[in-house]
Ligand binder design. Structure first.
Ligand code: UD1
Length: 419
């Protein structure tokens, strides 16, 4: 099994180009199932979850051609029979596999999709996805670990109010409603930038859809699909992760291929912690930041502070003077990185969904275990500031969502090796 070795305390400087967003790519790939014409996607991140979704599309019967050197993916449908199944074998490692349910049922009137497997950060049910699809007229049966969905006469537009906010359920509902007869109004939607990216994609394909004030999305369903080409937005979580790396160890690091206003909340929090950060049009620069101050954050749906950046900012909090706190409001079990950070010397206590971090503490290198994607990268950040050597096990989690992580950090002067 591969490991990462990090020799800490190296000062970082240079430029990091931020990759395309994994979380924008996955629903757009699912939505491409609707397209009878060619789909071209640019700025595709070359990460494991994206490869898994491409494998799933190929299994379903789409023709996919990935130009790795150019980060471009072409998808078409020529001469292939469509199989409306997402098998456990493919989707077991990636929850987003359930996103093909909406497009398959909407376009092909039936689907058999494996229930996503358990997940380290919480139970992560799919009841909200199924709730929305049932409202649109799908008949759902759960049997032998699979969701069997059918809609013999097609889906029909309706009003759906989500009892709580879910990114994936909003995406599945939008994609399905785009091929339902008539108008659908979705209330209490997630409005992550990746959802806006999905909406831009659907509009380019021909769908009539608009976002209204108050977490409302209106979709006028059924459209004739047309050829579409789209650039995937930048990965705001990857950017946030490297901004924190720069705040921890950077002399001067510039970030390109980004739109700073999308991460306003994160920039405000970092500035309040004393991070010297300057944003320009499509660029952000972080300068050496010495006096890190404590902060109190609560994770919330966008535009709140993202749960996907919670583990990483905890490392910065370990460098801040005094008590910081994190209230995790999205997932019930997302402090699995805490015991590993504590083994490196961090002073953290947790009670229910709140973590308290006392700083500043000197971290020391240790052998640690990655438990999920964001927890893994937080251990990389901890390794960058720790004395001596840190060894990170189970790094396959990192490969699910970070493109060229070692290369990007090495170019800025980090000592990081995969063995
Ligand atoms: C997406 C992101 C993930 C991020 C999360 C929250 C992708 C591929 N993944 O995940 O990186 O951490 O949003 O920003 O975009 N829930 C239910 N029932 C459901 C669905 C969700 O109870 O049917 C709960 C979940 O358990 C969780 C909360 O709702 O507590 C939010 O989950 P959701 O927004 O759906 O996250 P994902 O779409 O899975």
């Amino acid at each position: 099994m591969q490991k990462l070795l990090i020799k800490g305390k190296k000062v970082l400087s240079g430029t990091i180009s931020i990759s395309g967003s994994k979380n924008a790519t996955l629903p757009i790939l699912a939505a491409s199932i609707l397209n009878d014409k060619k789909t071209t996607l640019k700025n595709i991140p070359l990460v494991k979850d994206v490869f898994t979704m491409i494998e799933l599309l190929s299994f379903i019967g789409l023709k996919t051609k990935l130009h790795k050197g150019k980060n471009i993916l072409e998808i078409s449908k020529k001469n292939k029979k469509i199989i409306t199944v997402a098998p456990y074998r493919i989707v077991k490692t990636m929850r987003a596999g359930v996103l093909v349910l909406g497009p398959l049922i909407a376009k092909y009137k039936k689907a058999k999709v494996s229930l996503p497997g358990g997940c380290a950060i919480g139970t992560r049910p799919v009841d909200l996805h199924l709730f929305a699809l049932k409202k649109l007229g799908a008949k759902i049966l759960i049997k032998e670990g699979y969701i069997y969905a059918s809609a013999k006469d097609g889906l029909v537009g309706c009003k759906i109010k989500f009892p709580s906010i879910s990114v994936g359920a909003t995406e599945n509902a939008i994609i399905a409603a785009s091929q339902a007869k008539g108008k659908t109004i979705l209330y209490n939607c997630a409005l992550e930038p990746e959802i806006e990216n999905l909406i831009v994609f659907l509009k380019k394909m021909g769908c009539k859809i608009s976002i209204k004030k108050g977490r409302k999305i209106i979709i006028n369903g059924t459209f004739k699909t047309s050829q579409v080409s789209q650039k995937i937005m930048f990965d705001r979580i990857e950017l946030g992760t490297y901004l924190i790396a720069a705040a921890l160890m950077g002399k001067k690091i510039s970030f390109s291929n980004v739109i700073p206003k999308i991460i306003n909340t994160e920039i405000k929090v970092l500035k309040s912690m004393g991070v010297k950060i300057k944003s320009q049009n499509k660029k952000i620069i972080v300068y050496k930041s010495l006096d890190i101050k404590s902060a109190k954050i609560k994770t919330k749906p966008y535009p709140g502070f993202p749960t996907d950046l919670q583990a990483q900012i905890m490392v910065l909090m370990s460098k801040a003077k005094g008590y910081s706190s994190i209230e995790e409001n999205i997932f019930e079990n997302r402090f699995m990185h805490v015991p590993e950070l504590k083994r490196m010397g961090a002073k953290i206590s947790t009670k229910n969904n709140i973590a308290q971090i006392l700083g500043p503490t000197k971290l020391s290198g240790a052998e640690v275990m990655a438990t999920d994607l964001r927890a893994s990268v937080c251990l990389v950040l901890a390794g960058l500031i720790a004395d001596n050597r840190t060894v990170i096990n189970r790094i396959y989690h990192l490969d699910r969502g970070y493109e060229n992580l070692e290369k990007k950090l090495k170019t800025c002067g980090a000592k990081i090796t995969r063995i």
